[in-house]
Write a protein that binds this ligand. Structure first.
Ligand SMILES: *[C@@H]1O[C@H](CO)[C@@H](O)[C@H](O)[C@H]1NC(C)=O
Length: 449
């Protein structure tokens, strides 16, 4: 729920708003709901809550000086289920509507255009043969809203992220029967030039030189599922921690990271040559030989939110795309983004000079672009603002859930044979929630029938 934007009317009342937002379950003695109020410092607030139990109804009071604001009290007619409640909605069309999911997502159309049809029997055989033990792959089948998996390759730890989003989706909505392969590695895999006999592979990172089907990154997805829990940096928390206003930001460009790509080494060298223009340093050395005379010492991590003390954020590829871009965009600094063959699920909707300032992949014009930004402060500020708007409008949790669901739905519609539970697959179980078990009225009703 967003309150505002109505900055002037509510001026000086931040504290009052904070003290007067209450969420209760009218039918219960206790309400186990965690509430956070995030002040975006532009006159708008995000109020978010995480429930630890399910309730019949929730009532939300928002008051300033004892008076209800806008249409407060808001009643959420339930039942309102908590995240771990396994209570999928049968009617996925209604779910998509309630979630305000977009009708079509351009990146999904582009990715699936390479696959006029998908034959589960064929890919179940061919993909393991082709990529087999050399790559880290997960073979999933979702059947009657239950998830089955078989892993291929040695390093399959990252499957927890994929399991988590699939489990979360199947708790919320009935998923189509679908069979697919997820690449757990960094690099996209389907590099065939011709369009003959392409294999559909889901990856967290796409590239202009491959035909993998992109999904929101595990990092962004995890921050959605674990929001107000294990994860502290997410697309909402970042909005309340964007540092000083534009005018008061430090005009040295900033970057921190590890040495996962040659251009990053170049950036740090550039910074050491022009320390007044760029402050770039390594927090870790792993891939290359650490020559301290060239790259300086390893420095301590700075908190992500501290990046926003700086006006100019440099986004440069790591192994593949740098997965911090969503959070950088959500701040109120301007992003300078390296041209790159790699992209996340939303990059193709971003426009250079509108949402970010582009620079060449070899960094040859980075200093010029920084100078441009300094000479065109108002334009740079507007780019920062558009980038932020983009993040607020396209990269929030509900949109990530929409993206995944639509992706599986449209992929499933291309299948020309039945998805099957294959030999060697095991079931991925929903986590036990002993502490706050949930009664799903949808399931109960069905059982009674
Ligand atoms: C801005 O940041 C740079 C690099 O981190 C630092 O050296 C400089 O002192 C800062 N400037 C101000 C005005 O704080």
């Amino acid at each position: 729920m967003e309150v505002g934007p109505n900055p002037r009317k509510l001026s000086c009342s931040h504290f009052l708003i904070i003290t007067m937002l209450v969420i209760t379950a009218p039918d219960e003695q206790f309400t186990r709901v965690g509430v956070q109020i995030l002040d975006r410092k532009d006159g708008s607030f995000i109020v978010r809550y995480r429930m630890y139990a399910s309730y019949k109804n929730l009532k939300i009071d928002i008051k300033v000086k004892d008076k209800h604001v806008a249409k407060s009290p808001y009643i959420l007619k339930g039942p309102v289920y908590h995240e771990n409640c396994d209570c999928p909605r049968e009617d996925s069309t209604a779910w998509l509507e309630d979630m305000s999911c977009p009708q079509a997502i351009p990146q999904i159309q582009r990715d699936l255009a390479h696959f006029p049809s998908i034959d589960p029997d064929k890919i179940a055989k061919e993909i393991p043969q082709r990529f087999g033990q050399r790559q880290s792959l997960c073979h999933y089948t979702i059947k009657e809203n239950k998830i089955y998996i078989k892993t291929h390759g040695e390093h399959v730890g990252f499957r927890i992220f994929m399991d988590a989003i699939l489990l979360s989706l199947t708790r919320k909505v009935k998923m189509p029967d679908v069979e697919f392969f997820v690449n757990l590695g960094d690099w996209p895999l389907e590099k065939k030039k011709s369009t003959q006999n392409l294999h559909p592979i889901f990856s967290w990172c796409g590239s202009t030189e491959s035909k993998d089907i992109v999904m929101p990154t595990y990092d962004l997805t995890d921050s959605v599922l674990e929001t107000m829990g294990r994860v502290s940096l997410d697309m909402m928390s970042v909005q309340a921690n964007t540092g000083p206003p534009w005018e008061d930001k430090n005009t040295t460009a900033v970057w921190r990271g590890r040495d996962s790509r040659k251009e990053r080494l170049e950036l740090v060298k550039l910074s050491r040559k022009h320390p007044d223009i760029i402050d770039a340093a390594f927090t870790n050395f792993f891939f290359f030989k650490h020559d301290e005379s060239l790259y300086g010492p390893i420095v301590k991590h700075i908190s992500f939110f501290d990046f926003f003390k700086y006006k100019y954020q440099i986004n440069i590829d790591g192994t593949v795309a740098a997965y911090r871009l969503p959070y950088l965009l959500a701040g109120n600094s301007v992003v300078l983004k390296q041209d790159s063959i790699y992209y996340e699920h939303f990059y193709n909707e971003l426009q250079p000079w509108k949402h970010y300032i582009p620079f060449k992949s070899d960094l040859s014009d980075l200093l010029d672009k920084l100078q441009w930004a300094k000479d065109h402060d108002e334009e740079a500020k507007n780019i920062a603002k558009s980038g932020q708007e983009f993040a607020r409008n396209n990269l929030m949790g509900d949109q990530i859930l929409c993206y995944y669901f639509k992706l599986f739905q449209e992929y499933a519609s291309l299948q020309v044979s039945e998805p099957k539970i294959r030999d060697g697959m095991e079931k991925v179980e929903q986590p036990d929630d002993d502490l706050f078990p949930c009664t799903c009225h949808r399931k109960t009703a069905k059982d009674e029938l």
